[in-house]
Write a protein that binds this ligand. Structure first.
Ligand code: FNR
Length: 388
């Protein structure tokens, strides 16, 4: 019933703001420090306008895309988001199932509260995103487990050398560890739907959520200080570790969080199958430019040997088409899918996928193209901002 009023991806955020306790909504929606990168990720899309062609027979439109040896139904997928099971009941499974149904890729986060084996079971085509420490033993241990679970694609996130400044989490009451407080109790009371159907249901059926896939030896309870320290212990991960991973990981390997074209080329030369241009949704180094600004140069430098994907701020079919026109082989969307899972479960996520792919199909028709391969920079005009 709630979904009927959701007409665009941004509507999910409005509904989720009412549904989720303030600290959790703040954790998902927020970014680092001044939120400059978060804003730029959205604003940059308005700096480009389309130049459509007309009287083209667009009756054969298809948005199917080949990516990493598979044909997907749409040119977008679900970005990895940690602790999604705090926003939606068994959130990662919800996202994985909906993505599998729609035949789009879903990356499960390495900082998920659901065991990776369970996600692989509900969606054998899901990708696994890992945060890895710079310690070979622990790297290899996790790789073996991911492989055993049946994941064919490993995504290594590389933009988290040190923990970002989480002051916005503190402001919204998302402390680590999460401390009971009067405010939190009140929040839970007025958000009774979330409290009953997500929080208490999880607690009763599965117990206190833990980080199930952290490279910490034992899963630690949600947001314990030891986990945060562990996530911070990546500061010596370097390109040599990527070589080691490449050597040991027999499946497809993707690096996420590249912003410099030099790094894109090193990654390509290390033998990865793909890269994702990303500033982590503005959640790492505040002030990092939007991925869309560096995408053309990276696509140019990398060439056609491996796909260059991107994420950050994609909310409309027109955003997807602009990213593709600027060189993206594929895009990923984060926050809206967690909001959709939170307010509508699997139906919600399917609704979000439908909205986005309907927008893409309609806009392809209005743009005068039948396939995404026809899209190039000549269909765009810069109408604001500067070329960098
Ligand atoms: C993230 N992101 C992220 N990335 C990653 O590689 N591993 C992770 O565990 C997480 N966790 C995470 C949690 C939450 C709540 C958010 C919002 C984001 C970053 C994510 O994969 C992606 O890069 C951005 O979210 C994309 O930007 P949009 O679509 O949210 O604007």
């Amino acid at each position: 019933r709630r979904l009927r009023r959701i007409l665009a991806l941004d509507d999910f955020e409005i509904a989720a703001r009412r549904h989720l306790p303030r600290p959790i909504f703040g954790y998902v929606s927020g970014a680092a420090e001044t939120n400059a990168s978060l804003r730029d990720n959205r604003l940059v899309f308005e700096e480009f306008g389309f130049v459509p062609r007309v009287l083209v027979d667009v009756s054969r439109r298809t948005q199917a895309v080949e990516l990493l040896g598979r044909t997907y139904a749409a040119p977008f997928g679900i970005a990895p988001m940690g602790i999604s099971a705090l926003s939606a009941y068994r959130g990662d499974l919800v996202l994985a199932r909906a993505a599998g149904q729609a035949n789009i890729p879903m990356m499960m986060s390495g900082s998920s509260l659901i065991r990776l084996e369970e996600v692989a079971e509900v969606n054998p085509a899901a990708w696994f995103q890992a945060y890895l420490p710079g310690e070979p033993d622990r790297i290899l241990g996790l790789l073996e487990r991911v492989e055993r679970a049946g994941f064919g694609t490993l995504v290594l996130t590389v933009d988290t050398a040190v923990l970002a400044n989480r002051e916005n989490n503190v402001r919204s009451g998302f402390s680590t560890p999460l401390r009971p407080s009067l405010r939190l109790a009140w929040d839970g009371m007025i958000r009774s739907n979330w409290t009953l159907n997500t929080f208490l249901r999880t607690l009763l059926k599965h117990g206190m959520p833990h980080f199930e896939n952290s490279y910490a030896t034992r899963g630690a309870p949600i947001l314990a200080r030891s986990v945060m320290r562990d996530f911070g212990a990546k500061d010596h991960l370097n390109w040599r570790h990527l070589e080691l991973i490449r050597e040991r990981w027999k499946g497809r390997l993707v690096v996420k969080g590249i912003m410099a074209k030099e790094d894109a080329c090193i990654a390509r030369d290390s033998g990865v199958e793909g890269i994702i241009v990303s500033n982590h949704g503005g959640r790492q180094l505040d002030g990092t430019v939007s991925p869309l600004r560096v995408l053309p140069a990276i696509a140019d430098a990398v060439g056609t040997s491996i796909p260059v994907m991107m994420d950050g701020g994609v909310r409309r079919g027109s955003d997807v088409l602009k990213a593709i026109a600027l060189g993206a082989a594929f895009v990923f969307v984060g926050r809206p899918f967690v909001y959709a899972a939170a307010i509508g479960g699997e139906h919600g996520v399917s609704h979000a996928i439908n909205i986005l792919s309907t927008e893409i199909s309609r806009n392809m028709g209005l743009l005068g193209i039948n396939s995404l391969g026809e899209l190039g920079p000549e269909r765009l005009l810069r109408i604001r901002g500067v070329d960098v």
